[in-house]
Design a protein around this ligand. Structure first.
Ligand SMILES: O=C(O)CCC(=O)C(=O)O
Length: 399
């Protein structure tokens, strides 16, 4: 297959009925500057230990992500201490009034809540949700399956009742990811976005461009369908997300409606340490035996850890690699977004990806009717969004 055909195939295969949140290829060639050096961290001992010692035996954890009372933090303080310097933080006290915390959960042991799965089956019977099979890898991500909400819940309940033997359990873990809940159920207001994350140019743009909502139009035009970057995640204890940095160096925030997650974070100044000696691919799972020969810097990486409890919200800064494990049955809500504080990193990454996409098909420029259009489509396939979209949406804000 020639370059042209290969590139077109890539573009087409990215057109899915729902946008799958692409794992970022945030190569460490142009990392953000290094303000994260000044990120404050807590000592390990001051925070609860995970109920399962999942990852930190294999990596060097040098501190814990700072925890701050979100109810008494001002927006200006959030900007000064976390958003502008690009530092992670866990915010408490912001979800008390969320409908999701009430409707989606049942009382658990002590003051803990647990997922009310039958509420989802009754009220959100989505015919098609995307589910990651946590035990199987497909390229740089977990293998994705599509099923109905009912099938997903039946599987989860089956596991809880010992539907599979202990030996099989690992292989049966399914994790519902990237569910566009807000788009699917716009009249059900499950939560309000905390003020700290409201300056969100990405979702603002997508809300006002209906073409990206309609998968048929997107498929027809060979465009990636991006309805929005607002998601719900649901997974039983043991489900996890492989090591990645977020799509096109966006920020993300993630709130635990119930359950508990373990996060491990690597600052952008150390991203190169999770890349192989050829700077081509990054480590997939921190739990694997990572070959020192192939990943010579990996053992030098210094990680921050966070055990995120129910009702806590974590701010994930741009370009930080992270891996996440659900330590209990967990439901979370998360958004990806960007604004003036990280726009330059998003632009740099898109522009680098654009140059690669262009170079890849340079040899067929002369026989292409719409060379630029093809570059844009291939870029969109690789990076989820194209430069045109970026220019149309963000240029006015950059003036
Ligand atoms: O909760 C998870 O499993 C992954 C979430 C994540 O990676 C993110 O919000 O950036």
């Amino acid at each position: 297959m020639g370059n042209h055909a290969r590139a077109e195939t890539t573009a087409r295969s990215a057109c899915r009925p729902q946008l799958r949140r692409l794992r970022d290829c945030a190569l460490p060639t142009t990392p953000p500057p290094e303000p994260e050096r000044s990120c404050r961290r807590s000592k390990r001992a001051s925070l609860p230990s995970p109920s399962v010692d999942q990852m930190d035996g294999r990596v060097k954890v040098v501190g814990q992500v700072e925890r701050v009372d979100g109810a008494s933090l001002t927006y200006a303080e959030f900007v000064d201490r976390f958003m502008a310097p690009n530092c992670p933080v866990v915010l408490t006290g912001l979800t008390a009034s969320w409908r999701a915390c009430e409707d989606w959960t049942l009382p658990g042991p002590g003051d803990r809540r647990r997922p009310d799965l039958s509420f989802f089956a009754r009220n959100f019977p989505s015919p098609l949700v995307q589910v990651a099979d946590c035990s199987s890898r497909e390229f740089t991500d977990q293998k994705r399956l599509e099923m109905s909400m009912q099938e997903f819940i039946d599987h989860w309940v089956g596991d809880a009742h010992g539907g599979s033997s202990a030996g099989d359990r690992e292989s049966s873990l399914l994790y519902l990811k990237d569910w566009h809940f807000v788009k699917e159920y716009p009249d059900y207001v499950a939560y309000t976005t905390p003020t700290f994350f409201i300056d969100d140019w990405l979702n603002m743009y997508l809300d006002s461009h209906p073409i990206h909502r309609d998968s048929d139009i997107a498929n027809h035009k060979n465009e990636t369908n991006c309805s929005d970057y607002r998601f719900v995640y649901m997974g039983e204890k043991g489900t996890w997300t492989p090591l990645h940095a977020d799509v096109f160096r966006s920020y993300s925030w993630s709130a635990n409606v119930c359950g508990r997650k373990q996060w491990l974070f690597l600052p952008p100044s150390q991203s190169h340490r999770v890349f192989d000696r050829y700077m081509r691919s990054s480590v997939y799972n921190l739990n694997d035996d990572v070959s020192e020969k192939l990943f010579p810097e990996f053992n030098k990486a210094e990680w921050l850890e966070c055990i995120q409890e129910q009702n806590e919200i974590i701010f994930v800064p741009s370009g930080w690699y992270h891996q996440v494990h659900n330590l209990e049955d967990t439901i979370s809500i998360n958004h990806n977004w960007f604004n003036a504080y990280n726009l330059h990193w998003v632009w740099n990454l898109l522009y680098e990806d654009y140059k690669v996409a262009k170079e890849y098909i340079e040899d067929i420029r002369d026989i292409c009717d719409d060379f630029e259009g093809l570059c844009q489509r291939n870029l969109a396939a690789n990076t989820a969004r194209g430069c045109n979209i970026f220019n149309r949406n963000c240029a006015p804000f950059c003036l």
